[in-house]
Design a protein around this ligand. Structure first.
Ligand code: ZN
Length: 163
């Protein structure tokens, strides 16, 4: 697995710097997890892979199959993709969310948007950990929704028209 991914690549550092600056804490290259994820955010039950578009067969310009030996490359990319999927499933079974960031998404033009999306995604994942961690509330899920609605109405004066 490590043969196609070098440590501390620039795109990886970009993501790590952003996460750190925004208060997310993580571990890197955790060898004990399937696929040795680039970034592991335990609190968010999330691992992040930063994938090179070429090796992992992204559907973008950089992920194009080389003109020479196309069959060789197609098979190679296919295997890499299959392994990515397998790793993802293994992580899922262990209770981890997997977030894949493609290198092309970290190009200067799209970088900020991508990083903000990661942050948004992590916060969503964090909320999910509360939802799934408390099975005792799963039966009264409707009840907790009502509670949330009541809470909202305290702060907004225009929603007093329920009746
Ligand atoms: Zn790409």
């Amino acid at each position: 697995m490590s043969r196609i991914r070098s440590k501390n690549t620039k795109p990886e550092l970009l993501v790590r710097r952003y996460l750190y600056a925004n208060g997310f804490r993580y571990r890197v290259n955790v060898a004990t997890l399937p696929g040795k994820p680039d970034i592991v955010l335990k609190k968010y039950h999330t691992v992040i892979f930063i994938h090179g578009c070429f090796w992992h067969g992204h559907d973008c310009l950089k992920g194009k199959t080389p003109q020479t030996n196309p069959l060789f490359w197609q098979n190679k990319f296919k295997r890499n993709k299959e392994r990515d999927l397998e790793v993802r499933n293994q992580l899922k079974d262990l209770g981890w969310n997997t977030l894949v960031i493609w290198e092309c998404q970290l190009k200067p033009k799209t970088r900020q948007k991508t990083l903000e999306e990661i942050s948004y995604w992590l916060n969503e994942a964090y909320l999910d950990t509360f939802r799934t961690k408390r099975p005792e509330y799963s039966i009264s899920e409707e009840g907790s929704t009502v509670l949330a609605a009541e809470k909202n109405s305290i702060y907004s004066s225009s929603t007093d028209t329920d009746e």
